[in-house]
Ligand binder design. Structure first.
Ligand SMILES: [Zn+2]
Length: 68
């Protein structure tokens, strides 16, 4: 049981360390293209609504650390 707790602590430290150096992940909706394409009107596109046109989103751990 104690080993499991230590494993969770180590994983949390590794995850937060990763979030510190790599606070962003690519937007799952636009895949970093930053665009949202219309399915009805060909060629029409706008800013990706999921990421607001930046192409990436801030990871959960990075928000905890205040990295944006
Ligand atoms: Zn996006």
């Amino acid at each position: 049981m104690q080993l499991l707790v230590w494993f969770a602590i180590v994983m949390a430290v590794v995850y937060l360390g990763s979030c510190y150096f790599h606070p962003y992940m690519k937007c799952p909706r636009c895949n970093r293209s930053k665009e949202s394409h219309s399915t009805t009107f060909k060629g029409a596109f706008g800013k990706c609504r999921a990421c607001g046109g930046v192409g990436h989103s801030v990871r959960f751990g990075a928000k905890i650390l205040g990295r944006k």
